[in-house]
Design a protein around this ligand. Structure first.
Ligand code: NAI
Ligand SMILES: O=C(O)C1=NCCCC1
Length: 313
């Protein structure tokens, strides 16, 4: 039954969803996910349907949070070969969790971009050693941009270096961002001396080699979400302290973990909830695959902030 389905556009989501609000929301969502079943969160590993003619995928990502009264599903199409249009296109449906009646259909592109970057920012807060001053971003797409803004909302970087396999895209993104941002020609140049590294490519071969990384740096490895994709050299995975969003998903979907056979120290939600220690002496890696509960919490935050705005007008 659809009687009052609210449609929420990308521009409304972009206006409402701010990192200072979203990052703590992601911290709570990640912690609750890792405290299941007591936290009342139910979230299976997503179903991913292959679309072979275009090397594309359709992901179906449902989540339920009993404590927060949120029932949602995201549908995300990721077509890495798209040119001139976004490679990721998504919608998120929120249902009334007591009746099952659809409540709102939200644009999922902005939520996917921002909640992923906010989850990385939350992970960085908990895993990074000291105050990061140099940021390296490998990749120059949607996630590269959102990670720059999310991380810059938490840390004051002196230098940001962007590398992309297509150098023109790195140059264009660097020109669009702040004065501290430069595009560099080699991935090694971006990574060397960086305190914080973000990988947001669609690569199926490593873009970060072990001997480039400053000991004790923190890496958010975000791009390798398929078992045959890969961004981090296996040797680096093996010698680092590896944290994930979901252990269950990581052993099924993460090319970086599957190809390297690296062991998982903990879920980031366990760290946030105080149930797991951080091995700070090592290089730390947060392997992000993206979770439905992040979309659910972000979409719910949009509705909550919109309701507050409606009430004050
Ligand atoms: N962990 C998570 O929650 C999420 C992960 N992702 C993944 O993050 C990655 C980036 O996503 P978006 O920025 O939205 O995509 P995008 O299509 O906007 O950007 C992809 C970037 O990777 C580069 N690239 C493409 N093929 C490459 C290759 N073979 N080697 C090196 N670089 C290559 C492109 O030039 C571009 O800079 C994708 O793999 C995507 O599936 C996306 C959404 C959420
Ligand atoms: O969590 C998501 O949303 C995605 N993760 C991996 C790639 C597609 C979108």
């Amino acid at each position: 039954m659809v009687e009052h389905l609210r449609l929420i556009s990308a521009s409304t989501v972009a206006e409402i969803l701010q990192y200072d609000d979203l990052i703590p929301t992601m911290e709570k969502a990640l912690a609750k996910f890792s405290c299941r079943p007591d936290s009342g969160v139910i979230q299976p590993v997503r179903t991913v349907l292959r679309v072979p003619p275009v090397d594309g995928f359709l992901g179906v990502m449902p989540a339920y949070s009993e404590m927060d009264d949120i029932l949602s599903t995201k549908l995300v199409a990721f077509f890495p070969r798209n040119k001139g249009i976004p490679s990721h296109n998504a919608v998120i449906m929120l249902f009334n969790s007591h009746t099952g009646i659809p409540q709102a259909l939200l644009d999922g592109d902005v939520i996917t971009a921002r909640r992923t970057a906010a989850a990385s920012a939350a992970a960085t807060k908990h895993l990074v050693s000291g105050v990061p001053q140099q940021l390296a971003i490998l990749g120059a797409g949607v996630q590269a941009r959102s990670h720059y803004y999310a991380l810059s909302s938490q840390f004051n970087f002196q230098q940001v270096r962007i590398w992309n396999h297509n150098p023109d895209k790195a140059k264009a993104l660097a020109a669009e961002l702040g004065p501290e941002v430069e595009a560099v020609a080699e991935a090694s140049e971006a990574v060397q001396n960086a305190d914080l590294i973000v990988t947001v490519t669609s690569s199926s071969t490593p873009v970060v080699q072990a001997d480039w990384v400053k000991p004790g740096a923190h890496i958010n490895a975000v791009g390798a979400c398929r078992p045959d994709w890969c961004e981090i050299a296996p040797e680096l995975m093996q010698k680092s302290a590896v944290y994930v969003d979901s252990k269950e998903a990581a052993i099924k979907e993460s090319g970086d973990i599957i190809k390297s056979g690296a062991s998982i120290a903990a879920e980031i939600g366990e760290v946030i909830a105080g149930k797991a220690e951080v091995r700070r002496s090592d290089t730390t890696i947060f392997v992000s695959l993206g979770m439905a509960i992040e979309d659910a919490a972000a979409a719910n935050l949009v509705l909550k902030r919109l309701a507050e705005r409606d009430n004050t007008n």
